[in-house]
Design a protein around this ligand. Structure first.
Ligand code: ADP
Length: 299
């Protein structure tokens, strides 16, 4: 197997009229890596992913998936890619097994249908009509359809939007198993904990621009992740950013109130980056979106 990156994006740009949806985005995804594209609604995540899937044509820039320009990808290339779109319009009258059996025929190296159904946790529902399943179960069918062809690269667009917390955790287990199989995964999400749980690296995108790109625990730079010591005493509340929090704590007199050491989370870094981002086209709604979404996650 080639050691070239699974995905290469270089200066990728998409305009709709005078509106710029994706603005010169560049990143690479190594084989076997799970990469998260993070950003508020309208940031340009889906547009980026859909250009990589060959569903939208870039205005400029370069994209390669498994070494192929998605615009020219043929059937053989497409059989090596798995796609889980944001919303699926599956044939609700078919049973889980019927729809998977149908899709499995299309792929030269398809997985075993029943094994795939079991892998996504739908073993007990194999004979049920897809239309009768819960939203979370239907999403599992989407993922089963995405992986049935044993893809080398799997695109997952906002896979857990609308899930309850338990369903999300189960879904994460499933994605981890797919990743452990060696599948390269590009995940878009506005859930920061999802990226922290699943991704090796992440890119933060807003207003079509990539604001940061790094491993999930380093994104934003060392400065942004410097621990913070907070405490209160007779003179009020105090806060110190330091690489030696234990030393700061040792130097405190007596037993200070409300003592805590916090390491800024991905969410803190994300909000700081978005707040500092220069406004791009349509960033006003984007930024409001980011805050309300994060509050939603925290709630
Ligand atoms: P995200 O997936 O991050 O929510 P999208 O990629 O869907 O963001 O959208 C990025 C921007 O491009 C948004 O401002 C959106 O309104 C705009 N956009 C997306 N698709 C179209 C389209 N077909 N025509 C015009 N504008 C579009």
């Amino acid at each position: 197997m080639s050691t070239a990156p699974a995905v290469v994006v270089d200066g990728l740009t998409k305009r709709y009229g005078d509106r710029i949806a994706v603005d010169g985005v560049s990143f690479e995804i190594e084989r076997g890596e799970t990469f998260a594209l993070l950003g508020p609604n309208g940031a340009g995540k889906s547009t980026t992913v859909e250009m990589l899937e060959g569903f939208r044509t870039p205005t400029s820039g370069r994209a390669r998936v498994l070494g192929v320009d998605p615009r020219t990808g043929d059937r053989a290339w497409r059989s090596r890619i798995g796609v889980v779109l944001q919303s699926s319009g599956q044939a609700g009258m078919l049973t889980v097994r019927e729809i998977l059996t149908h899709f499995a025929r299309v792929f030269p190296r398809a997985r075993d249908v029943d094994e795939t159904i079991a892998a996504v946790g739908l073993g007990e529902h194999a004979r049920r009509r897809v239309g009768k399943l819960s939203g979370g179960q239907q999403r599992r069918v989407d993922v089963a359809l995405g992986i049935i062809g044993r893809p080398e690269v799997l695109f997952l667009d906002e896979p857990t939007t609308g899930f309850d917390p338990q369903a999300r955790r189960q879904f994460w287990e499933l994605i981890r198993a797919v990743a452990a199989d060696g599948t390269t995964i590009l995940l878009t999400t506005h859930y920061l904990d999802e990226a922290e749980q699943l991704a090796d690296r992440a890119g933060i995108i807003a207003g079509g621009r990539l604001l940061a790109l790094d491993s999930v625990d380093r994104i934003g730079g060392a400065e942004a992740r410097t621990p913070i010591v907070r405490w209160a005493d007779a003179s009020g509340h105090h806060e110190v950013r330091t690489l030696e929090p234990a030393a700061v704590v040792r130097a405190l007199a007596g037993e200070p109130r409300e003592l805590e050491i916090v390491r800024p989370s991905l969410e803190d870094v994300y909000l700081e980056l978005l707040a500092a981002a220069p406004p791009g086209d349509g960033t006003e709604p984007d930024r409001r979106g980011a805050r309300s979404q994060v509050e939603e996650v925290a709630a």
